[in-house]
Design a protein around this ligand. Structure first.
Ligand SMILES: [Zn+2]
Length: 304
């Protein structure tokens, strides 16, 4: 009796493991490098594509290091959508482990959207990776994602492009809503001083002046020289407030705020969405939340 059971289980086990690859072949598995990319990919992918993420919400995408679960997930993946332009220095480890099965897509580099350069710090003059901070940049990402998915699953191309159209329309509406919310902030108050200079594209889109203590989060942060330079500027021209970001320690902005006696506002969300219950649970909420924080801190007019 027990022998019979053993054989049944052995046969069942063989049946299960040989069925696994057949199932695996019918599902396209993709990984996005960070939470904003994950959302944009999901908007286009729909339910038939499995979408995972490497850097969890709330963590710094610039300074991430691959974990064993990341590596396991990557081994099962067909496409990696990463921002590129230097946002994820750790992507070189993914490149090192990639083979013919894995397609790496550097979305920001392929996007039809005019790049800006990093304004300060060690990487000054190199392309600024934070393109998603302008909804038009995010829309350009959507196009790259749709084209890539359509190449991999041509039979679903129409569905991918239809979802991409819908996503682009939503981004366009969001752009208008953010523009309207920021309208009340007087031009002279439109200064965004943050730890990382991550608001360049946002500033270009909405007519702000943006500056950071350093250029990108993966460089040495807040040298004495950089702090002194900002202090001097603050003595000359005082903005209504300074800002801190959700994934960057606020110690430098705290110090500047105390020194210059300027209020500190935030957090602004840039390199990560918030948790599901937070104020920036998705991309649209992230931009709306940022606009709201800016509106309050920079003296936006209140509707009568
Ligand atoms: Zn950043």
């Amino acid at each position: 009796m027990s022998k019979w059971f053993t054989w049944v289980w052995a046969l069942l086990f063989v049946a299960l493991i040989s069925a696994a690859p057949a199932y695996a072949n019918t599902t396209l598995r993709v990984i996005a490098s960070f939470s904003v990319m994950e959302e944009l990919v999901k908007r286009v992918a729909g339910d038939t594509v499995s979408v995972n993420v490497i850097v969890p919400r709330g963590e710094d995408v610039h300074r991430w290091e691959l974990t064993p679960p990341n590596v396991l997930a990557l081994e099962e993946t067909h496409i990696v959508f990463y921002n590129g332009l230097g946002l994820e220095p750790w992507i070189r480890h993914v490149e090192a482990m990639s083979d013919d099965q894995l397609t790496l897509v550097e979305v920001a580099k392929k996007a039809d959207y005019t790049p800006l350069t990093i304004s300060t710090g060690q990487y000054k003059g190199e392309p600024d990776p934070h393109m998603w901070m302008d909804p038009e940049g995010a829309a350009a990402y959507i196009d790259v994602i749709a084209e890539t998915l359509a190449e991999h699953l041509p039979e679903q191309a129409d569905a991918f492009y239809a979802r991409a159209d819908e996503a682009r329309r939503a981004l366009n509406n969001l752009n208008q809503a953010v523009k309207e919310r920021l309208e009340g902030i007087p031009q002279t108050n439109r200064t965004l001083l943050t730890s990382e200079a991550g608001f360049g594209y946002f500033a270009r889109a909405y007519a702000f002046d943006a500056q950071g203590v350093w250029g990108v989060n993966h460089e040495t942060q807040g040298s004495a020289q950089a702090m002194a330079k900002i202090s001097e500027q603050l003595a000359e021209k005082r903005p209504p407030a300074l800002f801190f970001e959700s994934t960057t320690p606020s110690i430098h902005m705290d110090a500047l705020s105390r020194e210059a006696s300027l209020p500190l506002a935030g957090p602004l969300y840039v390199d990560s969405l918030s948790g599901e219950d937070g104020p920036a649970a998705n991309y649209a909420d992230m931009l709306r939340h940022n606009a709201e924080v800016m509106h309050t801190a920079l003296g936006g007019a209140t509707a009568e």
